[in-house]
Design a protein around this ligand. Structure first.
Ligand SMILES: *Cc1c(COP(=O)(O)O)cnc(C)c1O
Length: 378
């Protein structure tokens, strides 16, 4: 075990109580808690529709299904992301096209790169708000409008994060969130899709549950006894046990994010004094969820980065890499791509430091000291 893990779950007796209540209610699958969570989530994001799902991979899949993306279509995606952002394009038979990130300081998808990659087949763009820092949505939405493209936001890193006063996930056609254990909202597995488009919402509601016109909870309540199947849907549903966890996590989220903001400030203050280290997004002022804290070596390669991580591990500090670039995975190696210079550098030279509300000032200072030593000695 690490002395300082990358992430620590923000759980207490409230989660235990919430789950116990659901278990005792004897309705454990999708039901009143899922409905309550959808209301809480759409209110928090000021968006019209939110649907609980089993995970964010399903949310991304559902977004593309509902938008009618299919075989022969191309979808422009970042490569510096978790591979699910890319895999979902293949689920619907479309082809991902890899786009670079803006720079070593701004790890979000590059609008200029997107524009260069547009072909006759391009139907959509998936953006990923890295670490809870917004992509350049004005530029991306303008490109989408000009070329008639759909925009899906992979907002897994950014619940409650903002771009020009709007919550991330509510700017494009659909926004996708994850409640995986190590995310800002943790339920083990879990996810959410949001949209302001009523027609799209109708599709999502059907497609997440077998294309059936009613769900079992409605039938159990006596609201209906029959159903039709009108679309080739899937089972993407969440259950009420996880929804109850997410409701408690949503209550805690604003406080948790405030603490993360302070942690980020302290990190930035200390790390900006270290030569040879880039701290991305230091120019950002809008509210961010600070899901992770990435840093990038100014000079180096994968071997040096791994040596630095090895040094930190010996000092009891867990680190990670966000992310091994998706375009290098065997399964995506043949996908069309633009220039990926920044992505290639960042994927080799980035590492992620611990980030969670329980980190103490002493721990942050210790981590920064050890990062300095790690760079000096490697
Ligand atoms: C976690 C994550 C996913 C996948 O979420 P799951 O809920 O585990 O399916 C997708 N994209 C990004 C950027 C993520 O961080």
């Amino acid at each position: 075990m690490y002395d300082i893990p990358l992430f620590d779950l923000n759980y207490d007796e409230r989660e235990t109580k919430a789950v116990t209540e659901v278990l005792e209610s004897k309705w454990i699958s999708s039901g009143p808690k899922c409905a309550e969570l959808e209301k809480v989530f759409s209110d928090a994001l000021s968006c019209k529709h939110a649907f609980c799902l089993a995970n964010c991979t399903d949310a991304l899949h559902l977004a593309l299904l509902a938008l009618g993306i299919g075989p022969g279509d191309e979808v422009i995606v970042p490569s510096l992301t978790f591979v699910a952002t890319v895999n979902c394009v293949r689920y619907v038979g479309a082809d991902p096209v890899f786009c670079d990130v803006v720079s070593k300081e701004d790890l979000t998808i590059d609008p200029a790169g997107i524009e260069k990659l547009i072909s006759d087949r391009t139907k959509a763009i998936i953006v990923m708000h890295y670490g809870g820092f917004a992509c350049d949505m004005d530029a991306i939405m303008a490109i989408a409008k000009k070329h008639g493209l759909k925009v899906v936001e992979d907002a897994c890193h950014g619940p409650l994060s903002e771009y020009k006063g709007k919550k991330l996930g509510t700017i494009g056609d659909a926004g996708c969130f994850s409640f995986f254990s190590n995310k800002n909202i943790s339920t083990g597995e879990g996810g959410m899709i949001v949209t302001n488009d009523d027609a799209l919402a109708d599709k999502m509601r059907l497609m997440r549950s077998h294309g059936m016109t009613t769900m079992s909870y409605q039938r159990a309540q006596g609201h209906s006894t029959k159903y039709d199947v009108v679309e080739l849907g899937y089972n993407f549903r969440m259950d009420d046990i996880r929804a109850a966890l997410a409701i408690v996590q949503m209550e805690k989220l604003p406080g948790d994010l405030k603490t993360r903001e302070k942690i980020r400030k302290r990190y930035e203050e200390k790390l900006s004094k270290i030569d040879g280290l880039i701290v991305p997004f230091t120019d950002r002022t809008e509210f961010s969820s600070n899901y992770i804290f990435p840093v990038v070596l100014k000079e180096g390669d994968e071997a040096r980065r791994d040596a630095v991580r090895g040094f930190l591990q010996e000092k009891g500090i867990q680190t990670s890499v966000h992310y091994p670039a998706a375009h290098r995975f065997s399964i995506h190696k043949d996908a069309r791509r633009g220039d990926l210079t920044n992505t290639d550098f960042v994927t080799d030279c980035e590492f992620t430091l611990p980030m969670y509300a329980k980190l103490t000032d002493e721990q942050i200072d210790y981590i920064c000291e050890q990062v300095k030593k790690a760079l000096e000695e490697n």
